[in-house]
Design a protein around this ligand. Structure first.
Ligand code: GAP
Length: 457
């Protein structure tokens, strides 16, 4: 299958089956925004829950946090986002299309390396290669300019500069702001990490490749604090890379041949990071960043100490040595994980399309059908089974069309098991349980259904 075809098929399936809808569609749409429909919200939530279980609840050295979207505006000055969360943009003077200079170059010259290039260098590449506007075809660009991605808003009814605040551009800063409170309110000792999931916002104005890059997105970030004198940061960094890889390949079931690591070179790496690597997934538009990991040293805590005047250091309980902890930060977008999961699980067979999602993250674990919707005795028995199952698993109900059509639609949603209640059921108390992947249909006693499905999901 052509790679672009796959993307089109996923976008269409997502709309058809209620995973992802274009944002604000009835008003003609809003670029780079999407709505998550009934199947999408379940899938997104399951990925988030799996992340939380794997990285927060499942570990003895991690705690969680849910900080605010609107933080004190000094946060973003201290963190460097007001000055540094920028994209280099150009504008076409003929049709006023604005586009990220690196995207413009990458689309026109796929082999050109653009990471870490300055505005002047990007300008020179565009001019030397005569790259035309992809919208109107003219070659009349403004010089490359920095454009800040933070969304601004204001608090209260008077729009004065003192009331200006930002929607958070990453969840990470909330963790640094609460660092002291977490130390004071829990029994954590270094090394320990804080995990957080929640919305972040960036004013992305160029084409986002479906839910890969959007204006608002769900981040899942960890700040792992440690004492640089007692912990070897390189070993810790490698251990976190292993954990990230294990989550993606085992929990999310991604084919490892579609993944790779790429280390940021000196030009690309943020000035405060000692090492940054991206786990990249092979999206239909090429290998792109899925999940970043950076050794941010003590940069953020030091900055917040400077700007707030508060002491954010840690005292070693054994030696009483006082110091500012360092951090390693694995940071991922849940929406990007979801895009990958949908692409990687898409399967086509002669007579059907299905999503081979790991049962743990599938939107519904099981669907229940009465063979015929106009036979009250079948509907009543199926309803009883539905009510019993729904307390244990996310369960779907379908009594429209024939059973073949119901299988077809559940396959496209990725439901691992479909249960049909037929006339035989009324006599022997057994139902057919159809397996999404093998299409086998064993008959199982109703009494054993919860165990049968529970063992497999
Ligand atoms: N705290 C570090 C940080 O935010 P980042 O590389 O800018 O680093 C981390 O973002 C992750 O968040 C990315 O690897 C990606 O998965 C996701 N992400 C970033 N911008 C996004 C956007 N506009 N839309 C969707 N996901 C995004």
């Amino acid at each position: 299958m052509e790679k672009n075809d796959l993307m089109e098929k996923i976008v269409s399936l997502c709309k058809r089956r209620g995973f992802v809808f274009p944002g604000s569609e009835i008003y003609g749409g809003l670029a780079n925004s999407y709505e998550y429909g009934p199947a999408g919200v379940e899938l997104k939530k399951n990925i988030t829950d799996a992340w939380w279980q794997f990285f927060v609840r499942g570990r003895q050295d991690m705690v969680g946090l849910d900080s605010s979207i609107i933080l004190h505006p000094k946060t973003w000055i201290a963190s460097g986002h007001v000055a540094g969360l920028t994209d280099s943009m150009v504008e076409c003077r003929a049709c006023h299309t604005r586009i990220r200079a690196d995207h413009l170059i990458e689309n026109a010259l796929p082999d050109m390396k653009v990471e870490g290039k300055t505005e002047a260098e990007l300008d020179a590449i565009i001019q030397d290669n005569g790259i035309k506007c992809p919208v109107c075809g003219k070659f009349d660009w403004t010089p490359v300019r920095k454009f800040n991605l933070l969304f601004e808003t204001s608090i209260g009814i008077v729009q004065e500069s003192e009331s200006k605040v930002y929607l958070r551009g990453e969840t990470a800063q909330g963790i640094f702001l609460s660092f002291k409170n977490i130390l004071d309110s829990t029994r954590v000792r270094l090394p320990f990490g804080v995990g957080q999931t929640g919305k972040s916002f960036r004013n992305e104005i160029t084409k986002g490749n479906f839910i890969f890059r959007t204006l608002e997105f769900e981040q899942a970030e960890i700040e792992y604090f440690f004492d640089p004198e007692n912990t070897n940061w390189e070993e810790l960094f490698e251990q976190w890379k292993k954990d990230m890889w294990q989550f993606v390949t085992e929990t999310l079931g991604i084919n490892p041949t579609h993944l790779r690591w790429r280390e940021h070179g000196d030009e690309e790496r943020s000035f405060y990071s000692k090492r940054t690597e991206d786990m990249e997934y092979e999206f239909p538009f090429g290998f792109k960043e899925l999940w970043g990991i950076a050794y941010r040293t003590d940069y953020d805590l030091q900055q917040h100490m400077k700007f707030s005047g508060m002491d954010l250091s840690y005292t070693d309980p054994h030696t009483n040595r006082k110091f500012v902890p360092h951090v390693i930060e694995p940071a991922v977008g849940i929406n990007r994980l979801m895009a990958m999961v949908l692409l990687d699980s898409y399967r086509e067979e002669e007579d059907r399309v299905y999503l081979s999602l790991p049962p743990k993250i599938a939107p519904y674990k099981v669907a229940v059908f009465p063979l015929l919707a106009n036979k009250p005795e079948l509907v009543a028995r199926a309803k009883e089974i539905f009510d019993k199952l729904k307390t244990n698993f996310t369960t779907a109900w379908d009594d429209r069309g024939n059973v073949g059509k119901r299988y077809y639609s559940q396959d496209e949603i990725g439901t691992p098991f479909c249960i049909t209640v037929d006339f035989q059921t009324l006599e022997d108390g057994m139902v057919t349980v159809r397996d999404r992947d093998t299409k086998e249909q064993p008959r199982i006693e109703i009494e054993n259904l919860i165990k049968y499905i529970g063992d497999r999901v």
